[in-house]
Design a protein around this ligand. Structure first.
Ligand code: 6PG
Length: 240
């Protein structure tokens, strides 16, 4: 794993850096493999990034968008990660509907929807069961409790190592989430974290020893590169 931490002056610098990085990885992926695959995160931090990507002139038909996690609500619900990304990015550009790989949430059984999304991913990547195909970029946020995607502290989802997708648990409410081994198969994992409220969790995630089940973002150790993009407020105590 190649890990890098960058501390940007503020949220708008962080967004500009994330956009530039993603656009450069997109160009390389399309040149080398003919397409670019990215998994999006929810939360509030990436919204201006999605807006910035939407205003770029890109080969939309070669871009495939997935989600690293989803709240278990219909796609038109205000809490839906899909809805946020559609409004900020996907509805504003000419991306083919078939390139938008949203997480299903309508069967009334989260385990059934998790299995459906897993099957969809296996088919898309021509991956045999048990294989973890690499996305070009997995974008992640981190909560104040050090959760990432919907991998919450001390939940069952942290024990799932034999699947791509599982059911997460946020205070008793189901969510659908990538498993950490699937995230770790990515070519690049990019965390975006902004705000002073992230400092205590970041200190634990970056500590040489701490409990991975208490601070789940510690489980993210991709085969490719790991990039942490922080604003000053989040990264204050990590400055060299
Ligand atoms: C979600 C997320 C989640 C999020 C973090 C950070 O659906 O809630 O994917 O993991 O990224 O909670 O959220 P903020 O960007 O709002 O700090």
């Amino acid at each position: 794993m190649n890990k890098k931490v960058e501390i940007l002056p503020d949220l708008s610098a962080l967004v500009a850096r994330a956009r530039d990085l993603i656009l450069s990885k997109l160009a390389t992926a399309i040149q080398e493999r003919g397409q670019f695959t990215i998994a999006l995160s929810g939360g509030s931090t990436p919204k201006p990034l999605y807006e910035a990507i939407a205003s770029s002139n890109l080969p939309w038909d070669k871009i495939h968008v997935f989600w690293g996690d989803e709240r278990y609500v219909p796609p038109d619900h205000p809490d839906s990660n899909e809805l946020m990304a559609r409004r900020a990015w996907l509805d504003r550009v000419a991306i083919p509907a078939a390139n938008i790989h949203a997480i299903p949430t309508l069967s009334a059984n989260p385990a059934v929807d998790a299995a459906k999304y897993e099957q969809h991913l296996q088919e898309f990547f021509h991956a045999a069961p048990g294989n973890f195909p690499p996305l070009d970029v997995v974008l992640l946020g981190m909560g104040d409790d050090a959760h990432t995607a919907s991998l919450f502290p001390h939940t069952e989802a942290l024990n799932v190592r034999d699947r791509l997708i599982t059911v997460g648990n946020k205070d008793g409410n189901p969510r659908i989430t990538f498993t950490y081994p699937f995230i770790n198969a990515a070519r690049s994992v990019i965390f975006l974290a902004a705000g002073a409220n992230k400092r205590p969790a970041l200190a634990q995630v970056f500590a040489p020893t701490a409990d991975d089940f208490t601070y789940p973002s510690r489980l993210i150790k991709p085969q490719g590169e790991l990039l942490w993009l922080l604003d000053e407020a989040a990264g204050l105590e990590l400055k060299p």
